[in-house]
Design a protein around this ligand. Sequence first.
Ligand SMILES: [Zn+2]
Length: 212
Amino acid sequence: MQGESTALRHHPQENVLVEYSTGTLHQAGSVLIATHLAMCPTCRAEVETLDAVGGALLSKIEPAEIADGLLDRVLSHIDETPETDATSAGTTPSTQASVIPRPLRDFIGDDLSSLNWVEDRPGIDRVDLPFGTDCIQAALFRVRGGGSVPEHTHSGNELVLILAGELTDDDGSYRPGDVAQADESVTHAPFVPCSDSCICLAIIEGGLDLDG
Ligand SMILES: [Zn+2]
């Protein structure tokens, strides 16, 4: 995992990581960020730092509310936590690599082809995910090789995590693990530059304004 992670070039913006660390990010975004963290040591370290800062601030604010012995109990649990937790937590043998990191796999399993894909528009298939809301679309999209997403603007934030294949827009090329972020200021028409389909997790607040 370390090897492929070093190739990541596009990360979520810091404010999103802060929202994730403080627990104020919505569930759909949190699943996407947790999935990115599983693929990105850089952001994992960043969030660990944010968590530590948040914990330190909290301990200054609420020292009286920590019951006697609680700290000892927490620390003893930390000592018990095996260091190989990340790899031992899954039931899948580690030799069987999945393109789907665990936080997302918990929701959709590990076989992208067996999902209930429906045609979103010609050349683009979609699977709606159970952590979307009325205001936030959460879905997997599969864009056929050589295909493109119609040019669109946004009425809210859009987070896209590439799971397989490649997607390109004016800001560059996105490969598995990369996060593309867009908002009201961005108009783009991402396309798949190669013959393999691109599969991505998209969290879209407020919907897209598609031209034409
Ligand atoms: Zn990252």
